[in-house]
Design a protein around this ligand. Sequence first.
Ligand code: ADP
Length: 502
Amino acid sequence: MDAFKKGSNIFKILSEAVSEGIIIVNTSHIIVETNDSANQIFGYEKEELIGEHLDILIPNQYRHGHDKHVAGFMEKGQKRQMGRGRDLYGSRKDGSEFPVEAGLNPFSVYENNYVMALVIDISVRKKAEQELQHWANIFNESLNEIFIFDSKTLQFLNVNKGALKNIGYSLEELKTMTPLDIKPDFDRTQFIEKIKPLLNDSLDKLKFYTIHKRKDGTIYPVEVHLQKSSLRENDMLVAIILDITEQEKYTQKLEETVDQRTHQLQKALTKEKELGELKTKFLSLVAHEFKTPLSGIMTSATLAGKYTREEQQSKREKHLKTIRGKVKYLNNIINDFLSIERLESGKFNYTFSKFPISKVVNEVIYDANMLLKENQHIEYPDHIDSIYLNFDEKILELILTNLINNAIKYSSEDSTVYIVAEEIDDKLAFSIRDEGIGIPEAEQKHIFNRYFRAENALLNQGTGIGLNIVKTHLENLGGTITFTSTEGEGSVFNVKIPLKTS
Ligand code: ADP
């Protein structure tokens, strides 16, 4: 009989009084006694365990080495808590495994050595621990920044990985700091004022926007969510921080786009308004500017009709010339208007071609001749047949027509208009000089403004459009226009066009 049995009654009384499972094995690791708790934990009847090797209670994969472990321990003969630093598992009768905590206590009875194992089923505790660990992981791994600080000292107590990463400080450093060290927009009084509603429980949570300052000095915009949390007697505040740099960038971009679109819309509206005004202006100009030339045409046509005899041909010619001149004039006004309309609505397409400038110059002068007053002359350039220009032919015609017609219009009878065309460096330079009324100095700066007409020009017909269009076209095509003028003496308009316009 096992020596242990001799004292079994005492054991029985003692062992049933404790809630831990008790298993006693001899030096061969054979189970010699168990208590009710142990039977219950492992799901066996006592009889099924007595006489069995301890391995019956240990899952297969842990058996290896366990024997040696217990034997070694028996030799040393000290008490110890098993499972420190590693998880221990038990195996139930039904094959299921469960975590245990075991303490081993060697003892001798009648010179026989035994080990009493105290076993606790820690399934429930383990599960709670795992859950806790899970929450801790969520806290730690969260990509949002989480800061926990003491509600009184404000000192940081804990900070998650996300926060450490973005703010750049180590946990040790942060534990010596407070939110004020990373929130440059707050001083202590302001911050305490801010968190007051949480501390006196008038608010559950608080949300606000501010900036955070990293260890490297850079700052970033944040959305702060604050809540109070209590652990034992201590109140602490949990801050969840969202780095809203991207959001701000997006909002900023959105605002920029809105600004841009508003600007475009305003521009389109202005253009629309200008076009509307242009149409109104055109109608009123047609009413005023067309009336005089049209009645002139009417008169000349009537008079020409009266000269029926053959020898009156020269008189007829004179009236026909007047008619042609006035029609030409009206035609120019219409061309100018169409030009503005197309320039304004962005529909202007230039057509480039290579042509001898003499072709355009001759045509313009031919037409201008019809506008000449009594004894007025145009002195035009001779040796220009060899000059070719790669340009928009119609636009060159419009430029020269406007400038030459002005020169004629704003000078009196018996005067000369001088036209010069020459190549200077890589430019073709035209100059149109007259001996006319000139432009008053004070008004010279406005001369290229649309609809502007100088005081001394108002007796002549005009719209104030021509020079504005000429300048716009030249600027679009890489050319320039300048002038010099002296009131009462005359004006010179200088146009330069690049010879190699692509
Ligand atoms: P318009 O001749 O139809 O009035 P322009 O745009 O061609 O319009 O000219 C604008 C203004 O510039 C004229 O009203 C006039 O005051 C002045 N101007 C232009 N050319 C001359 C010139 N050769 N001599 C004097 N004034 C001129």
